[in-house]
Design a protein around this ligand. Structure first.
Ligand SMILES: CC(=O)[C@@H](O)[C@H](O)COP(=O)(O)O
Length: 255
């Protein structure tokens, strides 16, 4: 069970709902992933609310909606998007994303911290997308974020856990859940994040752009479960020198 802001979720796989070829494939993929929390971009909702039936479909799924502020270039725009999410969806949850640079979509750490602090004060459960920066994650935790969401690699790149050494530090020091977000391109990478001790992962592009998104969603679901199971079993230590699996060091030859 994943606990975020005193609410429990049966799945540790959060899913993004963009980039699917149709709303019905998106819906079947969320079901297949057994995901219980899914993101919804406020910019998509505000632009297409009359023509896009994704929201109606998502409501049928009985999942917690995690509106995101994707598209916001500064704290002010992100706060506006969060307030819109509260008005339209009644959602206290917000995935805070502020990326002024459209080429790499890297999160702005200063605007993110400012917006996070303001939104926590307004009563939101803030889940900030941020770089895998242990110092920033500590600061985000201190201002009251419900979790931190450090990136594995830039959004939509499928490059995997490029930030692995820093994710390890973040996981080791965090007192709030760590959700590895963005860039996860394969189920094995989601599993590696979970084995490392991440509390959850968020995946969108790798599922939505697979040849068979519904099957890929199921593969991710299994990978996340297995990775968590392995972590809870206690991962063995990596050693430099070889050690025999049997304690005997030589054959005892009978004369
Ligand atoms: C949907 C969402 O929130 C994305 O912004 C998220 O960061 C997922 O990234 P990938 O598409 O790389 O999985």
């Amino acid at each position: 069970m994943l606990t975020l802001a005193n609410q429990t979720f049966s799945s540790r796989l959060l899913m993004g709902t963009g980039k699917f070829s149709s709303p019905s494939i998106m819906k079947r993929s969320v079901k297949s992933a057994k995901s219980t929390m899914v993101t919804l971009a406020m910019k998509r909702l505000s632009a297409h609310i009359e023509h896009d039936n994704s929201l109606a479909l998502l409501k049928e799924l009985d999942v917690t909606l995690l509106p995101n502020t994707s598209g916001a270039k500064n704290a002010q725009e992100a706060i506006f998007a969060a307030e819109l999410a509260y008005e339209v969806l009644g959602s206290p949850w917000i995935k805070l994303e502020i990326h002024p640079d459209q080429q790499h979509l890297l999160p702005d750490p200063i605007e993110t911290l400012q917006a996070a602090e303001a939104l926590v004060k307004k009563g939101f459960n803030v889940l900030p997308y941020c770089h895998a920066d242990p110092v920033l994650c500590r600061r985000l935790e201190e201002v009251g974020c419900a979790a931190v969401m450090p990136l594995g690699a830039p959004i939509g790149t499928n490059q995997g856990l490029q930030t692995a050494p820093f994710l390890r530090i973040i996981i080791e020091q965090a007192n709030v859940p760590v959700i590895v977000d963005a860039g996860i391109g394969k189920p094995s990478e989601a599993m590696a994040a979970m084995e490392m001790g991440a509390d959850a992962v968020l995946v969108n592009t790798a599922i939505a752009t697979a040849s068979n998104p519904v099957a890929m969603a199921s593969a991710f679901s299994k990978a996340v479960e297995i990775g968590r199971k392995a972590y809870e079993a206690g991962m063995p230590i990596t050693q430099q020198n070889a050690k025999p699996s049997s304690p005997l060091t030589q054959f005892l030859v009978q004369e």
